[in-house]
Design a protein around this ligand. Structure first.
Ligand code: SF4
Length: 457
């Protein structure tokens, strides 16, 4: 029996955890189900279906979901016909076990199986619980127009590829998101044009490792003598920048071993490609990087940083730093601190190593750094980064930046906030401007997190 639009007018509530890919996936899920007549609601109490899009990157990310499932269980006690679904990376990691451990969960769906959601929800309504955690080598959801769930309608994520082939020894992503596959550039550019034509002013191209984006056009249907086209990330970036100079382009996440100078020169050529790169180092020690199977050395990473500073001198750089990896010595830790000082990061995401099941590290490397040492090292890294962020903001005092207005400041309804090209948050008086406008702000003060300024013509 197939489902028609008129048959399903159930209220769907989606709760999203984790990375930008999950935010983008929830918009794909919303689109797949909206097409079947589901109505998106932001009120959990009026939901007929609750889907929680989960993250598995660290243990505490999963702990949070178990906590949410307890809350959903209470809601279901009052509303037994409620359908609860766990989707995303934790669903992919735990599979059927989630159904065994949590009786209130009706369906478990992995990141590559969202097209199957209407069918799984239909069977769940008959009381049959369902699982689909098949990973795909082809699936990119390229033909699905995401339903935007963001509030400001100014900035959107656009997924350009899925999965990851890097197999860093600590990382669960390849196991829960599968092998790398790049999306057809035509569908990416179409999605971005549609976004711009509906008022969006900024897109962030996302993928686990955008630098390994590669699209080869089919060879079989080409006219005689015509070569297949290969498009790499630098070319895709250029085509995106050419859509409209009023459209800002950002991208994440880069990988040091794959980031080419082509990408940097393309950024330098187009002023609407933002002057910001997120380049996760994870560690400053070549010994630890080798154990992490990151595929580069400290020296190679520094070479990439020097290339960024040479080709894009006014760019901001952020990183991911992990502390307490198995076997990390005090010297290794000092190398991480000295690398941070050398790069002078504007910002970093900083974590303690969290052993993830099935990863190479979990199978072969003893989690031998004590919790106390991990915490002490993380504190030192955070304190250093706070100093570096402050220094980076102080260097902006007196400078004028073009800022995209994104919303009303949390601290004052008379002020807007937005980000400059370097991805730094700027707060300034609203005057008669609107969300979505580009304004010029002279920086007059700063905190370690925010730039504050006045509007200039
Ligand atoms: S590049 Fe490494 S850390 Fe990043 S998603 Fe891939 S395997 Fe994980």
């Amino acid at each position: 029996m197939s489902i028609t639009n008129s048959e399903v007018s159930q209220k769907l509530y989606i709760e999203t955890y984790g990375c930008q890919m999950n935010v983008s996936d929830s918009e794909v899920v919303a689109s797949v189900l909206k097409d079947k007549g589901y109505i998106i609601t932001e009120d959990i109490n009026e939901a007929d279906v609750i889907l929680v899009n989960t993250c598995s990157i660290r243990e505490n990310a999963e702990q949070r979901i178990w906590g949410r499932l307890d809350v959903f269980k209470q809601i279901k006690k009052k509303k037994p016909e409620l359908t609860i679904g766990v989707i995303g990376c934790m669903a992919e990691r735990l599979k059927e076990k989630l159904l065994e451990e949590e009786k209130t969960v009706d369906i478990v769906v992995g990141p590559d199986a969202y097209r199957d959601l209407p069918h799984l929800l239909e069977t769940a309504e008959t009381g049959q619980r369902g699982v689909n955690v098949i990973l795909s080598k082809e699936e990119t959801y390229g033909d699905i127009s995401p339903v935007r769930l963001d509030k400001n309608r100014i900035s959107a994520f656009v997924s350009i590829m899925r999965g990851c082939n890097n197999m860093c020894s600590y990382c669960i992503v390849p196991y829960v998101r599968g092998a790398e596959r790049s999306r057809n550039p035509e569908s990416i550019l179409k999605e971005i044009e549609d976004l711009f034509n509906t008022g969006y002013k900024e897109v962030t191209l996302i993928g686990q490792n955008v630098d390994s984006y590669i699209w080869e056009s089919e060879k079989e249907n080409l006219p005689a003598g015509k070569q297949g086209e290969t498009m790499k990330f630098a070319q895709l970036l250029e085509k995106t920048a050419k859509i409209n100079p009023q459209l800002r382009i950002r991208f994440s996440t880069s990988h040091p071993k794959d980031m080419s100078d082509d990408v940097l020169y393309t950024m330098a050529m187009y002023s609407n490609i933002c002057n910001y790169i997120h380049l996760p180092a994870q560690s400053g020690s070549t010994k630890v990087l080798t154990e992490m199977k990151r595929g580069y050395t400290r020296e190679y990473y520094i070479d990439r940083i020097n290339a960024i500073k040479r080709i894009l001198p006014d760019s901001a750089i952020s990183s991911d730093i992990m502390t307490g990896f198995p076997g990390e010595t005090e010297e290794d830790h000092q190398e991480t601190l000295s690398l941070m000082e050398f790069v002078n990061y504007d910002f970093s995401y900083m974590f303690k190593y969290s052993e993830r099941p099935k990863t190479y590290a979990a199978r072969h490397l003893k989690d031998d750094i004590s919790e106390g040492t991990k915490s002490r090292r993380l504190t030192e890294i955070i304190n250093l980064q706070t100093k570096l962020s402050e220094k980076s903001k102080k260097a902006d005092l007196g400078r004028v930046f073009e800022v995209l207005v994104e919303g009303i400041s949390k601290k004052s309804s008379e002020h807007f906030f937005g980000r400059n090209s370097q991805n730094k948050v700027v707060v300034f008086p609203k005057n008669n401007y609107n969300i979505g406008d580009y304004v010029f702000v002279e920086i007059t003060e700063c905190t370690s997190a925010t730039l504050i300024g006045v509007l200039v013509k």
